[in-house]
Design a protein around this ligand. Structure first.
Ligand code: SF4
Length: 334
């Protein structure tokens, strides 16, 4: 009896797959779609040039190349067609090319209608007028700051003594203009013992990324052909954890130890290629001008699960949500 039932069921399934082939195919496509890589969030390092000299920099000025604006737009459109929702413009220092930057952020917001457009900068070249003009096209502005002590910043190579004052101005401009203000800190041998709690509470970023200083052999490993030797900046995992623990009361803190960072960022370089950071290196894919996004993605060494695992998807559009500190930037006197 049981055997009869089993055979009947088997026949029903076989017959159904012929009678309703679309149903079965659709199911298969759905599974394929779920496993497909989607370049949801892309970091476009369109220049390697920078006016700072941070000793641990891992995207150094090895070239002065800048793709034409038309080529850059073409590739950004290709990425948007494949599912990109967030773009982050980075460098080098993106504000060394303000017109180029302005045209691209407007293009991404107005024409590609991306959910989130952001810039990460050292802040030194940012003008209030740029932000006023572009406030409707910029969701997030991230500024790098590793210390609230200027002598530490100087030792690191972040500027010549005005870094914190400028950071304070920019955070204030962002709060006034409704641009989300983010802070990036590289935890390293020079700032690992610092207590930044008071200053973070005053500046009130909506997100505070704390990276463990990272060595990439061909960028800052100190060997032949590199422009930096970041070995003096290295800290242990435990030292990084202690820094994070000291600041764990900050709701906006997002720690990124080395193991989370390496393959979880989708990096587009100045030649419009993805950079594969596996093997402690940056190996370029073919140019997105020449191959489909999917093919370049396969060469990118990008770990989509690690991207999701490090909270790569977050509240990234422009709605204000200052959750860190009390937004008292006005009261700051540097
Ligand atoms: S500001 Fe950024 S890009 Fe410039 S040297 Fe420092 S780490 Fe490198």
């Amino acid at each position: 009896m049981f055997l009869k039932l089993l055979i009947t069921l088997f026949i029903i399934v076989i017959v159904s797959s012929y009678v309703y082939p679309k149903h079965f195919k659709r199911k298969k496509n759905k599974i394929q779609c779920n496993t497909k890589r989607v370049p949801l969030s892309v970091n476009f390092h369109f220049t390697r040039q920078c006016n700072y000299e941070c000793g641990f920099c891992f995207h150094t000025a090895k070239t002065s190349h800048l793709s034409s604006i038309n080529d850059a737009k073409l590739v950004l459109k290709k990425l948007a067609n494949e599912g990109m929702k967030k773009i982050n413009f980075a460098g080098g220092e993106p504000f060394l090319y303000p017109k180029y930057l302005e045209e691209l952020i407007r293009f991404c917001k107005q024409e590609l209608m991306l959910e989130s457009v952001s810039i990460v900068s050292n802040g030194s070249k940012i003008k209030q007028t740029f932000l006023q003009r572009n406030k409707d096209y910029l969701d997030i502005l991230a500024i790098s700051c590793d210390s609230f002590n200027e002598s530490t910043n100087k030792k690191i190579g972040r500027g010549t003594g005005q870094h914190v004052a400028k950071l304070c101005d920019i955070s204030q401009w962002c709060h006034e203009l409704g641009i989300k203000f983010k802070l990036n800190t590289v935890v390293n041998a020079y700032n690992k013992l610092e207590d930044m709690n008071d200053n973070i509470s005053k500046i009130a970023p909506f997100r505070w990324k704390c990276f463990q200083v990272l060595i990439l052999e061909n960028e800052n490993g100190g060997g032949e052909g590199t422009l930096r030797d970041a070995r003096e900046f290295i800290i242990t995992d435990q030292e990084f954890e202690e820094f994070i623990k000291r600041h764990s009361g900050q709701a906006c803190i997002v720690p990124e130890p080395n193991n989370l960072m390496k393959n979880s960022y989708l990096i587009l370089d100045e030649y419009l290629r993805f950079l594969n950071c596996t093997n402690n290196d940056k190996t370029p894919s073919e140019s997105l001008l020449d191959v489909p996004v999917e093919k370049a993605l396969m060469q990118a060494g990008w770990d989509q699960e690690a991207f999701i695992g490090r909270s790569g998807i977050y509240d990234w559009s422009r709605q204000p949500s200052n959750i860190c500190g009390s937004n008292q930037a006005k009261e700051l006197a540097w």
